[in-house]
Design a protein around this ligand. Structure first.
Ligand SMILES: *[C@@H]1O[C@H](CO)[C@@H](O)[C@H](O)[C@H]1NC(C)=O
Ligand SMILES: *[C@@H]1O[C@H](CO)[C@@H](O)[C@H](O)[C@H]1NC(C)=O
Ligand SMILES: *[C@@H]1O[C@H](CO)[C@@H](O)[C@H](O)[C@H]1NC(C)=O
Ligand SMILES: *[C@@H]1O[C@H](CO)[C@@H](O)[C@H](O)[C@H]1NC(C)=O
Ligand SMILES: *[C@@H]1O[C@H](CO)[C@@H](O)[C@H](O)[C@H]1NC(C)=O
Ligand SMILES: *[C@@H]1O[C@H](CO)[C@@H](O)[C@H](O)[C@H]1NC(C)=O
Length: 615
């Protein structure tokens, strides 16, 4: 099949055929494709990489029609556009993601030249990624580079990387990037704290029945000011009585990486404690790139438990999907299987985009400092997110737990150094939250909600400020650099999670992403029941009209990098995000929101922000 496609390609494009027959790479100069100044802080060169160890190289082929795809995305995500909600099919999206046939032919010729047979070359569904397995020695020859084992000073992790690689001149405009080469990112789970409650007493210090006034003016259990439960979130965001549907096709996806496993026994114990009707229900497990979900208590993941318990618990009986994607350091030398992959998003994206049926809403609580992700890789992953958006998927990402960067407000201890050799102090935004095609979710704490100090957010150093943010950002400040992120926020402290059989409070923007995603999923549920399309890529809606349904956070800041970070203000701000730094409150801005299922009420909430999204 691959072979026949190859020949079709050659017949249709005689130019490529001519290239293929004249050994185009002979005498062709290798030119540096990408180089970085050095490994990011924390990594040091340990030893040359063993030549026979296997590497799984992923080659991103250029996508000449991506600007068209992006144009579709803006139109179909813009509530004021006639095409709002007219999402693309898998096939339409893939046509716009596909490389030029000439690119496929030239790259194929290059791989053949290095002894790779067609059947050893794996193509993604849109044929925009090529995957090969080669020994380090061959990769070094192909990329005119030398790989080393790099070690992380703090954690002892080993990875095989290089700081520069080259490609034949002729390949440069056909290939966007090849990894693993220059990418040192260690995608972290964004749960900032994980404390055990060793005491057996319940974590609620308030007498039952005591209430305080929530942000929507409604009474909320007083205990919610210190411990967050499913019930607290439904009260706070005013969806207490909203009943989701099990069978309308709506789904919520939660991603898991880095051997974070969602423990089913913990999940059932959590349901019993916080949503007994969900007890006995389960989620669909999807394993990508060898991802596991080991059910031993020893292997339970705090992050995975938090994300699945709160995400699936809030939307039950909406079906949940948990994606477990394999691949992480430490690097273990192995002749057969490459084990040092740490580029989970490409595997995950490739899988998702190859599916016909994708959950409408997906939450991810992982990321790393943008500067540890090479620009070429970041923009390709970000393009993959845009492709999911074009298919009508809402992607929510935790904004990160380092405030504007590492090390707190004290200039003496701050750790925000640039990775370009100059060691200048700069804010360190998180990726993929900084990608303009996803919705970044920051954190709040207490009632009334205050920006939580660790909440990430700020200004991307890679991506220009998207048009949808223009008005909001220039209101906040006319001074700082372009490329901002962003978007929304929700509670992020003291979530009562069951972990290894114990109630354990967890904090972090890891809490707020599945929370916000769950409420978006509820909105999608209401829309699907009303015969409407799902919300898709949220930001153009949120920044134009949707913000009016959200609650403005006006207090708090996110210190880091030796500064006090960004202050929450009236209106949008980068610390707490959203055109107006708002929390999800259609969901609490008005009691009417809690009765969406009734048609009369549906019409009423059209007067509200996210209600407008129901149009
Ligand atoms: C919630 O807790 C915070 C921090 O302890 C406190 O400042 C605030 O007044 C409390 N809110 C209410 C409504 O009691
Ligand atoms: C988290 O919960 C603990 C125990 O109930 C409480 O002492 C603490 O103040 C809470 N933290 C916040 C930020 O509410
Ligand atoms: C839940 O689903 C997972 C994966 O599909 C399965 O391994 C597990 O046994 C199920 N758990 C329960 C309690 O049904
Ligand atoms: C699951 O994890 C446990 C504890 O680490 C280990 O002993 C067991 O072999 C693992 N099971 C599988 C199927 O990998
Ligand atoms: C930057 O910092 C690194 C690590 O702290 C140090 O090794 C290097 O010499 C510094 N470079 C400059 C230009 O100050
Ligand atoms: C934030 O507010 C604090 C206290 O009011 C102030 O000292 C600081 O300068 C403000 N920061 C910015 C960036 O506006």
């Amino acid at each position: 099949m691959l072979i026949s496609l190859y020949f079709v390609t050659l017949l249709v494009f005689p130019f490529a055929a001519a290239l293929a027959s004249t050994v185009p790479f002979k005498g062709c100069q290798q030119k540096v494709k990408e180089s970085i100044h050095g490994p990011p802080p924390g990594w040091y060169k340990h030893a040359p990489a063993p030549k026979h160890d296997m590497l799984e190289l992923k080659i991103a082929l250029s996508q000449p029609r991506f600007p068209e795809l992006e144009q579709h995305l803006w139109e179909i995500s813009d509530p004021s556009h006639a095409r709002y909600g007219a999402y693309l099919s898998k096939q339409e999206t893939e046509t716009l993601m596909a490389p030029h046939p000439e690119t496929l032919a030239v790259v194929s010729e290059w791989l053949t030249l290095h002894g790779l047979a067609e059947e050893e070359v794996i193509h993604s569904s849109a044929r925009d990624w090529v995957t090969i397995r080669v020994p380090v020695g061959l990769a070094e020859e192909m990329l005119d580079t030398t790989y080393h084992v790099y070690k992380h000073a703090e954690t002892g992790e080993n990875i095989v990387r290089t700081t520069s690689y080259s490609l034949p001149d002729i390949l440069h405009h056909h290939v966007d990037l090849i990894q693993p080469t220059t990418m040192f990112a260690r995608f972290k789970a964004f749960k900032s704290t994980l404390h055990w409650t060793n005491q057996a007493q319940p974590a609620t210090p308030c007498p039952p029945g005591k209430t305080i006034t929530g942000p929507a003016g409604n009474p909320v259990d007083a205990s919610c000011n210190s411990t967050i439960t499913l019930s607290c979130l439904r009260q706070l965001y005013n969806a207490e009585n909203y009943k989701t549907t099990a069978t309308n096709g709506n789904k919520l996806g939660i991603t898991g990486y880095l051997e974070q496993y969602a423990n089913n026994k913990d999940l059932q114990q959590f349901y019993l404690a916080q949503n007994p009707s969900a007890y006995g229900s389960n989620y669909t497990l999807v394993s990508i790139h060898g991802g596991k979900n080991n059910q031993s208590y020893k292997e339970a993941g705090g992050e995975a438990n938090l994300d699945t318990q709160f995400g699936f618990g809030l939307v039950w009986p909406t079906p949940g999907t948990f994606y477990t994607t394999g691949g992480r350091p430490p690097y273990i030398p192995d002749l057969v299987y490459p084990k040092n992959q740490n580029e989970p998003y490409t595997y995950w994206l490739e899988h998702l985009l190859s599916q016909n049926d994708i959950p409408q809403t997906i939450s991810t609580s992982y990321g790393d400092n943008e500067q540890t992700v090479p620009y070429a890789y970041a923009s390709r992953v970000c393009a993959g997110m845009a492709s999911l958006g074009a298919r009508g998927v809402s992607l929510l990402f935790s904004s990160g737990d380092g405030g504007v960067g590492a090390g707190g407000a004290d200039p003496a201890t701050q750790l925000c150094k640039s990775n370009d050799g100059h060691n200048v102090t700069k804010f360190l935004p998180a990726f993929p939250a900084s990608c303009p095609y996803v919705t970044a979710v920051g954190g709040t704490v207490n009632i009334p909600e205050t920006a939580v100090s660790f909440s990430g957010g700020g200004f991307s150093n890679y991506f220009a400020r998207p048009a949808y943010q223009e008005a909001a950002v220039s209101e906040y400040l006319a001074m700082l650099a372009p490329g901002t992120f962003k978007d929304v926020a929700a509670q992020a402290e003291n979530f009562s999670v069951i972990y290894k059989g114990q109630e354990s409070p967890i904090g972090g923007t890891s809490c707020s992403s599945p929370t916000f995603a769950a409420f978006v999923s509820m909105l999608n549920d209401a829309r699907i029941n009303a015969g409407k399309t799902p919300l898709g890529f949220l930001n153009p809606l949120l920044y134009s009209t949707g913000y009016t349904a959200l609650n403005d956070i006006t207090q708090g800041n996110n210190p880091g990098c030796g500064t006090s970070g960004f202050n929450a203000t009236v209106g949008w701000d980068p610390g707490e995000f959203m055109k107006a730094n708002r929390v999800m409150t259609c969901l609490h801005a008005d009691h009417i929101c809690s009765h969406w299922t009734r048609h009369t009420q549906l019409r009423k909430i059209e007067g509200l922000g996210l209600g407008l999204a129901l149009n």
